[in-house]
Design a protein around this ligand. Structure first.
Ligand SMILES: Cc1ncc(COP(=O)(O)O)c(C=O)c1O
Length: 434
């Protein structure tokens, strides 16, 4: 870009287009570093100093309605009293011990996650990408332990996102994110989204597993047909493959059940979790059946920080809230209301919104104008959202949102769309006149 021109930046995750305040680029010699954070994110010129429930309070005191939740992380909103109390209490006792010792809070968290799911084991780590790395390793090791070490390849789907490590980038296979980082990690076969025949053709003597997000988040809140997931399960059973679900984004209540697979009724062998698992505390987990983990003996995997006491107290506090009677009734009720109101907005602004997508509170508006423009317009209305692939604006409010707060969000969305619509009509008229 020529010096002196204003830039609109595109950020880090696939489809995760964040329009930043324009930055004036100067010539190379004049360029001064104003931030010592590596410039891998295009950050908006806005910082928050406090959060209360679904509200974020900026450093200038302005209140923003948070319909992003740190990209599906703050499922219980900000400063939830149960989480604050749990972390304060644990912080006064002990923060971290090595995984070489027993961690009763971790045993408890693992037991609760397993009892609430298909799984027998949980491995705790620190992020979604690490949870996925563990899932990939478990699947490959399962085959090796079954006497077929040559079965290491994993079938994945175009448009998916599994993280930023070298293996998880290779799993998703998006060329633009792999570019410049050396040879792509081998072992992933990418299929077109929803193409069952392609999957059948791709299964070969080296195939170990099939990996899919049961509801695709970064790729544009794309819903996977339950019949497709059922067919994948059948194929895995027929060919001795592991079925891996990446529920890093869709899990921990986002879709109105603790895990998205429970809505769909198709059970994986291995599942990756993170994001809302600690409701804001960085923690991930890989859940597996006993059979799937049969190769995972001492020394085969590990993590220094994974499953430490602070993280485990956050997971247990999150589960205390989510597993309490009535929690998911509330989520389902309010999410349905939200979707109905969004459908009305879509009908009111057919030039702006093509489709309302998603399940529960993992919802997307497929925009007919650049999604980033809608995200910007919403931010001007003091409402935080985030875009995704396929020109989608993602709406990910905390699961604890009330009906009144949903109504407030809809009012702000309506106002932002009214502004955008006026600009759209003006552009149309100018186009017709020109
Ligand atoms: C489905 C999915 N998998 C994996 C990841 C990677 O998670 P993390 O950024 O915590 O490594 C993400 C993050 O957006 C995700 O949405």
């Amino acid at each position: 870009m020529p010096p002196g021109e204003a830039a609109h930046f595109v950020s880090a995750a696939p489809g995760f287009v964040v329009s930043a305040a324009p930055i004036l680029l100067r010539s190379e010699s004049e360029l001064t570093v104003t931030s010592h954070l590596m410039p891998t994110f295009a950050r908006v010129d806005l910082a928050f100093e406090r959060g209360e429930g679904v509200w974020l309070i900026a450093t200038n005191g302005e209140r923003y309605l948070d319909f992003c939740s740190g990209v599906a992380v703050n499922a219980l909103g900000h400063s939830h009293p149960r989480l604050v109390a749990a972390l304060e209490e644990q912080a006064r006792k002990v923060w971290h011990v090595s995984n070489l010792y027993e961690i009763p809070e971790g045993e408890r968290a693992a037991k609760r996650l397993c009892e609430a799911s298909f799984a027998d084991y949980a491995f705790f780590c620190n992020s979604g990408a690490e949870a996925m790395e563990c899932a990939i390793k478990v699947a490959r090791k399962f085959q090796a332990a079954s006497g077929a070490p040559e079965r290491y390849r994993i079938i994945t789907f175009e448009g998916s996102f599994h993280g930023r490590t070298l293996a998880t980038l290779a799993a998703a296979g998006q060329k633009k994110y792999l570019d410049g980082f050396g040879p792509e990690v081998d072992g992933f076969d990418h299929m077109p989204f929803g193409d069952l025949e392609a999957v059948k053709r791709a299964i070969g003597p080296q195939t170990a597993a099939i990996l899919i997000e049961p509801l695709m988040g970064e790729g544009g809140v794309r819903v996977v047909e339950p019949s497709f997931l059922r067919a994948l399960r059948t194929l895995c059973d027929q060919h001795g493959l592991m079925l891996i679900f990446d529920e890093v984004q869709s899990g921990m209540g986002r879709t109105g059940e603790l895990f998205a697979y429970q809505r769909i009724g198709v059970t994986p062998d291995i599942m990756a979790l993170a994001k809302a698992l600690g409701a804001g505390f960085p923690v991930g987990a890989c859940l597996t059946t006993r059979e799937a983990a049969k190769g995972m003996t001492p020394g085969t995997h590990g993590s220094t920080f994974g499953g430490n006491l602070l993280a485990m107290s956050a997971v247990n506090a999150t589960l205390d809230v989510m597993l309490a009677p009535g929690f998911f009734d509330h989520v389902k009720h309010t999410a349905l209301l939200f979707k109905q109101r969004l459908a009305e907005i879509k009908d009111r602004y057919p030039a702006l919104i093509a489709e309302v997508r998603g399940e529960g509170f993992l919802v997307g508006l497929r925009a007919l104008i650049p999604a980033g423009e809608m995200v910007d317009a919403l931010r001007a209305e003091k409402m935080i959202t985030v875009s995704a692939g396929d020109n989608v604006v993602r709406l990910l409010p905390p699961l604890i949102i009330s009906e009144q707060e949903i109504a407030e969000g809809i009012t702000r969305l309506d106002r932002a769309c009214a502004q955008l619509n006026q600009a759209y009509v003006r552009r149309q008229k100018q186009g017709a006149a020109g």
